[in-house]
Ligand binder design. Structure first.
Ligand SMILES: [Zn+2]
Length: 289
């Protein structure tokens, strides 16, 4: 019996309580362990995001489900944890449902809106039957592509309403946010778009992608305007990279048994934990489990 839960209840509570649940993307055992231990320590709900690439890296979605599910059991994690496909294709979504994920994002934003509606409708039906939460996306979220960083698109509020009305659990809408590093001249989040989307979709919890590098005041304002889930990926990668680099540059891998992967990966692991702690605190989900 898996301890993984749908993200529906945690997001409903977050929306009502005016805080946001963090989606922390995972890449391996260390990432997963860092995220769930930190959530447990802070008595916070958490969503573990898995991109299709990360799923492949971990040898497949079944491995991810088995590892995560067993880890919650072995570590006696009692806070709500959802295992969520991030930016899933239609085929990827079906595979994750099969593999036992508790939450799915179907990113149909690159399809014409009618096709996005059609595929999302089908997945709503499947997810409802299985008690899984489903995130949909309208208006693509920018980011680095081929070395060019876009400025961040804004979703059409009417299209957001069309998708929200299909009965998805949560909706990702572009509001000028982008994945990865924000450019120097980034104009900031479009709160006008966010307010217009919120106005159309009513109670639907909104999702903010590209949580790395958005200034704290903008994060707080976005939460106050209906954002109930914020995705963090790159920031944990930077934290891990920085701590690992320091360990090696200080020559610690050459001292005693410093080459042991359990020692070599420890500073990076602690750095991910510190980053997750910072995010859960900023998003206001501490003690909301
Ligand atoms: Zn995203």
């Amino acid at each position: 019996m898996s301890r993984l839960v749908s993200a529906k209840e945690m997001l409903t509570k977050a929306r009502d309580g005016k805080y946001a649940v963090a989606q922390i993307n995972i890449n391996n055992l260390e990432w997963t362990k860092a995220a769930v231990l930190t959530a447990q320590e802070l008595n916070s709900p958490i969503i573990l995001g898995v991109s299709e690439g990360a799923g492949k890296y971990m040898t497949g979605f079944k491995t991810v489900t088995a590892m995560t599910s067993a880890m919650l059991d072995e570590l006696n994690i009692t806070v709500p944890v959802a295992l969520h496909l991030d930016h899933g294709t239609y085929e990827g979504a079906k595979k994750c449902i099969e593999a036992g994920f508790s939450s799915i994002m179907f990113d149909g934003s690159h399809y014409p809106i009618d096709e996005n509606v059609e595929k999302t409708t089908e997945l709503v039906k499947i997810c409802n039957e299985k008690g899984l939460s489903l995130e949909a996306e309208v208006g693509s979220i920018g980011g680095e592509e081929d070395g060019v960083i876009g400025n961040g698109e804004c979703a059409d509020p009417d299209e957001c309403k069309r998708i929200a009305d299909l009965g998805v659990t949560m909706l990702a809408a572009g509001i000028g946010n982008i994945h990865g590093k924000y450019p120097e001249n980034w104009p900031g989040l479009s709160f006008e778009t966010l307010a217009a989307v919120k106005d159309k979709v009513g109670d639907m919890p909104l999702v903010l992608h590209g949580g790395t590098g958005i200034p704290e005041d903008q994060i707080k304002k976005a939460i106050s305007l209906g954002v109930a889930k914020i995705n963090v990926n790159t920031e944990c990668q930077w934290a891990f990279q920085e701590a690992t680099r320091k360990y090696i540059e200080a020559g610690k891998d050459k001292e005693g048994k410093g080459f042991d992967p359990r020692k070599l990966l420890a500073p990076g692991f602690e750095a991910i934990k510190a980053t997750v702690k910072e995010k859960l605190t900023l998003f206001g989900s501490v003690n909301k489990a």
